[in-house]
Design a protein around this ligand. Sequence first.
Ligand SMILES: [Zn+2]
Length: 423
Amino acid sequence: MPRKLFVLSLDGTPYTLLKDALERLPNLKKLFAQGTFVQMDSVIPTISSVAWATFATGVNPAQHNIFGFVDLDPHRRFVIPNARDLGACPLWQRFSKLGLRSIWINLPIAYPPDSINGIMISGFLCTQLDEGVYPPELLPLLHELKYIIDADPQRAQTDPDGFLEELFLALEGRRQLTWYLLEREPWDFFLLHIMETDRLHHFFWEAKDEPHHPYHQDFWRFYRELDSFIGELVARLPQDCELVLLSDHGFCEITYEVELNVFLRERGFLRFANGTPADFSELHPESRAFGLIPGRIYLLENSERTRAELITALSALTDPQGRAVIARIYHREEIYSGSQLARAPDLIAVPHNGFDLKARLSAQKLFIKTHLQGMHTFDDAFLFVRNHRLIPQPKPRLIDLAPTLYTLVGLRIPDEFEGRSLL
Ligand SMILES: [Zn+2]
């Protein structure tokens, strides 16, 4: 039998944030002294759906088929991809086939829940708890625990105090559920996902380092709460269980949100057939390109000239203060390979930290500041593995997690996995 493994995933928690805050987080400090705590690279584009799909399948987007939080159907209307769209086998199915019992709580891409050998409770892609629980017999318990899938991000703008309160309630629900399942359910693999860190960072990032910011105390009160939860979790886990903590990306402060489709319109690449388009089914025939968040660009004609023109224009884009916006532009073939490559964006623009690439159809201004304070970063995710040394070079990547977890518990690594074991 393989060894037991518990994975705690903290959405969007940066390596540097934890490293610099360990003095205030005694349980994490103690835990991190018992293993390897390193910085990790995420995925491109750096978005939770793509990142956790990569984690859960061990393959790149052109194989697992999740390219962003939103995607387009064949008529170019918006869809939100979920586990049904996965083009590769996720770990929950692999474990089930191996006869292993696994528990999955709140992982973003894990919706709808699968009838696996084990338990699945979906993450934020699920909007109704009733539709996100396998087996459904667990629903009354979740209601009793006042379990919520996600704090309501809409509320962050209108009622930040209420939103903060929801973050604490969401964490408390996961804590109660985890204790309940740890006491009663057998498992070989247990993953608990905390979404609240990502939410906290999107809406309260500026409070992190500003002692006089009205939410500074609350920001760190959340991390202390999380730290005490982790301390108790470690104490409740079986002694011989392997333990991994990780995040899917880092975070930094937003300088500007940059509206990609405004840019494409202003430069003559994009035109809509009417003034207020609902989606990309209403493109003017002369349109040559359009964008989806974050930084995904689709060409409507396969012309080298358009591609080159677009790369030149994007590379030269600067903000009102003259700072370069785009750090790198990839052709899809440079970073993706697999059977779904034709569905990938033609170009993927990666911004410099601080420039959050948006693609709202209704946007009028190229550079804006909204209530959003934090944005994802590629190079500052973290990984911690208890009781093991990790191969230090080259830098770990999220795609390396699937083979690493297999090695950790003593399973043979499937040939399909594209990463390498870090052990
Ligand atoms: Zn994320």
